[in-house]
Design a protein around this ligand. Sequence first.
Ligand code: TYD
Ligand code: MG
Length: 463
Amino acid sequence: MAKSKVRTVFFCSNCGAQSPKWVGRCPVCGEWNTYTEEVVERDPKESLWRKERTAGIFEAAKSQPVLVRDIQSRPVARWDMGDAELNRVLGGGLVPGSFVLVGGEPGIGKSTLMLQVALQMPGEHKILYVSGEESAEQIKMRAERLGLTGSPCYILTETCIDDIFTQAAQLQPDILVADSIQTLHATTIEASAGSISQIKECAAQLQRFAKESGTSVFVIGHITKDGNLAGPKLLEHIVDTVLHFEGDRHYGYRILRSVKNRFGSTNEIGIYEMQDKGLREVSNPSEILLSQREEQLSGTAIAATVEGLRPMMVEVQALVSPTAYSVPQRSATGFDLRRLNMLLAVLEKRCGAKLGNKDVFLNIAGGLRVDDPALDLAVVAAVLSSGQDLPLNPKTAFAAEVGLTGEIRPVSRLDQRLSEAGKLGFGRIFVSRYGIKEVQKKYQGMIVPVATLFELFQKIKGD
Ligand code: TYD
Ligand code: MG
């Protein structure tokens, strides 16, 4: 009997590794129960990345080995995207021919961001916005809502990647936006759109298209909260740049974070506010992150943080209250819970704070997640302030890391933090006693050096 032509392969939905049979534990990433079966037509042993269908459209030049010193390098001309936040996150504008993945939870505003950028891009760049999620009318409605309808941006509602390439070959756009990778499918693969083999194949074809035609490609990908839904995670190594669009849906603020960038620094962030007429760039983040209020209450402390190269003053709020249960509750919004538990343990051990029968809630104002060790000192100060019901001086800020022995450790870019704090009217900044040589003169009278948590406690009491 002839063998069936349909072949199936098992893919790990976490890392994308493949196997001819089901395995319980992925030998590549070690995750359990992540293998799913998918139908692929071709022999899986052959590379899935070479496709005859598109080869005719964009002929690749045969490459030869070249000596490094013989390679001509040209300064990369970057394109202004007409959006200061996006330019910054991309490392100073878009590199032509680059392949960018914009990931984020559904509903966070990825389509809005990309459509807005496509519609307001300065210059005469031809843009093709391919949507597999919305109809042309829906996109037009969104464009009207954004108040932008006049730019040379073409809309194509299509999900078949081969047809998209046929259209792109005719139109020859400078930028192609594909919304989203989960809706695209290549006809060479049997599996349904959104499956791992389709996502991999479509991404590989888009990458080839970007490199061979010089078109910059933006791909939108949905990820869930834990970030491991099949798709964007396993694309990270294919693309040049990975941007994460994140934020708390209950607040209007959104952060565009660069997690990988072949053409610039990572950890750059762009901040936006979602309004009824689209996303507004937030050029001065400190103003939104500090809540305005007249009287100073206990439990709030201001941290002088830096994200990427951007200084921001962030308000940390803590609530310490007697627990009604046998096991006290600990909860953190916008801050790592394990880190909070560690800081509480350090406070108990080194400062004698009695927190074993107290609930502790921590909140970073504005609903943003800031990854900066310099938040530690403000967290500790906020917890102490709430525990002792002792309001802190509103003109005081904090910037230091806390170690396991209760020592206060220095943090990077102190100069930038101090200058931002000074600009916003903070008169005193608690910093580590160590590593302040360079800034001591410039910020004399402003910095309050502390070496241990105990010292911090004594000083904020008398502040
Ligand atoms: P959307 O871009 O569709 O999200 P994604 O593509 O990431 O799934 O945006 C979804 C939300 O944005 C939607 O709930 C409505 C809101 N929104 C505004 O608040 N203002 C606006 O101007 C637009 C266009 C959308
Ligand atoms: Mg969308």
